[in-house]
Design a protein around this ligand. Structure first.
Ligand code: ZN
Length: 63
């Protein structure tokens, strides 16, 4: 019996765990894949990075 008390915490970036967002430093549930940014920041960063993407809820209306 070796693996009884010692349950090594997975420090693998590919494992889903709760991490602190590197942007807002808020604890969020990382789904793995080396996710280090919360959904919020990710979303904002996404629509910020891709200006040609109209996937935002608000319609792109230019005045
Ligand atoms: Zn964040």
């Amino acid at each position: 019996m070796k693996d009884t008390t010692i349950e090594p915490v997975r420090h693998t970036p590919d494992a889903p765990a709760r991490r602190d967002c590197l942007r807002c430093k808020a604890p969020f549930d990382s789904s793995g894949f080396g996710e280090r940014i919360c959904r919020r920041c990710k979303l904002s960063s996404t629509w910020r990075t891709s200006p040609q993407r109209g996937a935002v809820g608000a319609p792109g209306r230019r005045r």
